[in-house]
Ligand binder design. Structure first.
Ligand SMILES: Nc1ncnc2c1ncn2[C@@H]1O[C@H](COP(=O)(O)OP(=O)(O)OP(=O)(O)O)[C@@H](O)[C@H]1O
Length: 310
């Protein structure tokens, strides 16, 4: 007889990894069926992972997002504020968030590690926008350039991971120029105001975006702060130099970059723009966007740390 209070709900997105995740359906179904504490539900459409998570919350102590960062984004938004744990089975194309959560790059073959690891609370980005919209992000948020890149990535039918991201990045770059933004950053002990054209605006909880770009090298998941990375107005051709720097995180020392840790940031957009959160696209964003940190906003399953050396 299954114990409802310890049930694991696996939420499987077959559309992840440009549909390639669907090939793992039978594999996962068999692994879950082997356990008497777990069940699996498969999404039928975008947004369904969040609906499944919300309706399964009462019977599940742990909800496992089986997909990429978009699936995790939906599950986190459904679970935030509830005493539940979220796990990640990274079968999407980029799976950026888990690279900060479990940086040791261990490749787990099955699902056993999800029952043997530990858990920890991590911060969330809390975002208010439009008339009365509110969402959380767990990895990163971008407005303008990276928002448009995320939208272009979604449109690519088959290119995946870093390759898809780089292709989308250059296709957006071709028709892009800096955007006028009014930004107010609440630092730990002061406030910073910017009113100028900005090429790229990112707020991060995790370190990595777009597969391999270390946009926020100093990001910590549980420091109660968000990392802000702003690329100021540059000419389009100069961006190539930054692409190389983003790959190893050295861009933060460049005079064209503003990089800092903040408690909150407010941004006002003068024209409709694209925003992404965890790679999910929010289009036609206009006016004020308020971003703050929700310290320890969610509990996540993570790998056990290695034994300390004697
Ligand atoms: N059954 C479904 N049919 C179509 N789209 C779906 C379905 N279930 C979920 N989605 C959508 O699939 C999209 C992609 O999912 P996800 O981001 O998890 O994978 P990914 O893009 O491969 O991973 P990553 O963002 O890490 O690169 C999300 O926008 C999600 O809302």
């Amino acid at each position: 007889m299954m114990n409802n209070s310890s049930r694991y709900l696996f939420i499987f997105n077959p559309a992840a990894d440009k549909g390639r995740a669907s090939r793992k359906a039978e594999w996962l179904k068999a692994l879950v069926a082997d356990r008497n504490d777990s069940i699996m539900a498969t999404t039928d459409y975008a947004g369904h992972a969040g609906e499944i998570a919300r309706s399964g919350i009462r019977e599940s102590s742990c909800l496992i997002a089986c997909g990429g960062d978009g699936t995790l984004h939906e599950v986190v938004n459904a679970v935030a504020g509830e005493e539940r744990t979220v796990g990640i089975l990274p079968i999407g194309s980029a799976n950026d968030f888990i690279k900060t959560l479990n940086p040791r790059k261990e490749h787990h073959k099955g699902i056993a590690h999800l029952f043997e690891g530990t858990s920890k609370k991590v911060d969330l980005g809390s975002v208010s926008f439009g008339v009365a919209n509110h969402r959380y992000f767990v990895n990163s948020l971008g407005i303008g350039f990276t928002g448009r890149v995320a939208k272009a990535v979604k449109r690519l039918p088959w290119l995946k991971g870093e390759l898809g991201y780089v292709y989308a990045l250059f296709s957006v770059l071709a028709g892009y120029s800096s955007l006028n933004m009014h930004i107010t950053i609440t630092l730990e002990d002061s406030v910073l105001e910017l009113h100028e054209p900005v090429f790229a605006f990112t707020v991060s909880n995790g370190k990595i975006e777009g597969g391999k770009f270390i946009i926020s090298p100093h990001a910590e998941l549980s420091d109660g702060l968000l990392d802000i990375c702003i690329l100021k107005d540059i000419r389009r051709y100069e961006f190539f130099r930054f692409v190389l720097k983003y790959l190893n995180g050295t861009h933060i020392n460049d005079p064209k970059i503003l990089y800092c840790k903040a408690k909150a940031v407010t941004l006002t957009l003068m024209a409709p723009e694209v925003m992404h959160m965890d790679g999910e696209v929010y289009d036609n964003i206009l006016g004020k966007v308020g971003i703050s940190v929700l310290p320890d906003g969610i509990r996540l399953l993570c790998d056990l740390l290695p034994e300390a050396e004697p």
